[in-house]
Design a protein around this ligand. Structure first.
Ligand code: BGC
Length: 405
């Protein structure tokens, strides 16, 4: 805990107090604008930001960080926290965002390999498209850590650092069980699912965690899915796009709820999709109730919706801690060690070491999995305690303390 606080304070110092909040309107987060990412990547090389480091600039190791897109809020935070923590630990950083474009991500990673980075951290846009590029990394003896999303079909990935993705979905399902008191109430209650991007290996874990937690209630008829859409493929949202989620929900509402059918739950896998679904409910839902809407990430626009009663919960994953665990794993690899379960006790955040769950088709990738938890309007202060959020001047909504979100 002490270390966590220290990291939060460190982040605040490193970020130099440029506290810009984002998502001040409902629609700010609603598009995949694929905004240009070059501004971040150019300024990151050869930075010499750490006066505490006793590593001479010339001896510094460089870490290449490939993030998917700036158009989804969380990756801006991931990029910022990773960069700050690695620089503070004495590394140079090359950070690229690839506009949710798999070709661009392959090119960006190839560029980092050509630049001779010492380690690659990759949050894949599409976990299935990097095999060839990572074979090149392997040939160049560059170790690869899959960051947050597993990279499939390659033996070049050494470790996976993420959260317990199945538990994210379970927490969403359990929230619904508790809120609707499914063990004592008769129901039936109506539910619709919105899942994530099929290209993202995490998306299936989130959906399955939620669906399997609720499955027995669906089977006994206490939970009903009026649209009948109950497989991942039927409810997936390409690119995790808010606009796609909005449109899908509008179609579902028009087809199955325009006769006054009540929607009790919109189970959304994450915040970018929950934003679109909440928007569709606001504009197109005619029932008088406020359906339960779930989410994941703690995006600023969603936290606003939680305060305003338009979203019920978000599963929070502290990505500053995820960056911290990634740093520890990276440090061990870069000093020639082979990190294993022994690293857990020295980590600043709670995590488990898992050598069974994440099979990428070629190998089971050893994984460090952090712990997600539920945030509702009743415990928003838990987010403030992380040092990554603060109340706005009216003490009404939360703002991010990161400079990029
Ligand atoms: C991440 C989620 C995020 C989603 C969309 C997933 O891989 O684990 O936290 O909401 O991508 O960015």
């Amino acid at each position: 805990m002490k270390m966590k606080k220290f990291l939060a304070v460190l982040m605040t110092v490193v970020m130099g107090g440029s506290l810009v909040a984002c998502g001040s309107s409902d629609t700010d987060q609603s598009t995949n604008s694929n905004s240009s990412s070059n501004s971040n990547s150019d300024s990151n090389s050869n930075a010499d930001s750490n006066s505490n480091s006793d590593t001479k600039s010339g001896d510094k190791k460089t870490v290449g960080i490939a993030m998917p897109t700036k158009s989804l809020e969380r990756w801006n935070r991931d990029g910022e926290y990773l960069e700050a923590q690695f620089k503070a630990a004495g590394y140079d950083v090359e950070l690229k965002y690839s506009d949710n474009d798999t070709n661009q991500q392959n090119n960006d990673i190839q560029g980092m390999i050509a630049d001779g980075v010492d380690l690659l951290l990759i949050a894949a846009i599409d976990g299935n498209t990097l095999s060839q590029t990572l074979a090149e990394a392997k040939d160049a003896n560059i170790p690869v850590i899959a960051y947050d999303r597993l990279i499939m079909n390659t033996d070049a990935v050494s470790y996976y650092v993420s959260f317990d993705n199945y538990t994210v979905g379970k927490l969403q399902g359990q929230y619904v069980i508790d809120e609707l008191k499914l063990d004592s109430e008769k129901g039936p209650f109506n539910i619709e699912f919105t899942a994530g991007d099929p290209a993202d290996n995490n998306a299936g874990y989130f959906f399955n965690g939620a669906y399997e937690t609720l499955e027995s209630y669906i089977k006994e008829g206490k939970l009903v899915i009026p649209s009948g859409k109950k497989t991942f493929e039927q409810v997936a949202t390409p690119s995790w796009s808010t606009d796609n989620a909005l449109e899908n929900m509008q179609n579902t509402l028009a087809s199955y709820y325009s006769d006054g059918t009540i929607l009790d739950v919109a189970l959304c896998s994450n915040d970018s999709t929950a934003l679109g679904v909440a928007q569709a409910i606001k504009s197109d839902y005619t029932g008088g109730n406020a359906p339960i809407v779930t989410g994941q990430d703690g995006d600023i626009a969603n936290l606003k919706n939680i305060v305003d009663g338009r979203q019920s919960m978000t599963v929070y994953k502290n990505v500053n801690d995820e960056a911290g665990v990634t740093l520890e794993v990276s440090k061990a690899i870069l000093s020639g060690e082979t990190p294993d379960a022994g690293l857990i006790s020295s980590l600043s955040a709670e995590a488990t070491y898992d050598t069974e769950s994440y099979d990428n088709g070629v190998k089971t990738v050893p994984s460090y999995l952090l712990v997600p938890y539920v945030i509702t309007k009743d415990n928003l202060d838990v987010l403030v305690d992380t040092g990554l959020y603060k109340w706005d001047s009216d003490n009404k909504y939360l703002e991010s303390t990161a400079s990029t979100t």
